[in-house]
Design a protein. Structure first.
Length: 159
């Protein structure tokens, strides 16, 4: 919906109410100023992902844009990118909520580090091998809290 255009109505997810439309641009500008003070690539990546996620500047696609921005920060410094597989979505969303509502960032950091280790262990140079590894790690399984879903994201076996 309206790609690249800032939202015109307040958006929410559950009990979370995101930044008011008239405050989006200023909030993002201030956030990007703060981003320049961070040196550590992972800290920068998590910060920019959380900033976009928390501001929710668009009517749709905010999570995807937040993760693209995160991966752009990682890629710029030669770091392994991060994918949030379907089975790991609940952990990811709960860690975002913990930071939003309780100012607890340790869970988000742990979730992102785990997801980065997961990606590092997948051999994406061969489609068949990558698909096999992703299936073995439960990447395509439903999140544990989904109806009939279950399982956890398993780190790939090395070697």
């Amino acid at each position: 919906m309206n790609p690249g255009i800032f939202k015109t109505k307040v958006n929410r997810a559950g009990e979370t109410r995101f930044v008011e439309p008239d405050l989006v641009q200023g909030t993002l500008l201030r956030g990007f100023e703060l981003l320049t003070t961070l040196v550590n690539p992972m800290a920068r990546a998590i910060f920019v992902m959380f900033l976009v996620s928390e501001v929710h500047p668009f009517a749709d696609g905010n999570g995807r844009i937040a993760r693209v921005m995160m991966n752009a920060e990682l890629y710029a410094t030669g770091q392994e990118r991060i994918i949030i597989p379907n089975v790991f979505r609940t952990e990811y969303l709960q860690s975002l909520k913990a930071l939003t509502h309780n100012q607890r960032g340790d869970g988000l950091i742990s979730v992102m580090e785990y997801a980065q280790r997961f990606v590092a262990g997948i051999d994406f140079s061969d489609y068949g091998k990558a698909l096999s590894q992703l299936q073995a790690c439960n990447a395509f399984s439903a999140p544990a809290d989904a109806m009939g879903g279950g399982g956890k994201l398993i780190l790939p076996a090395w070697g």
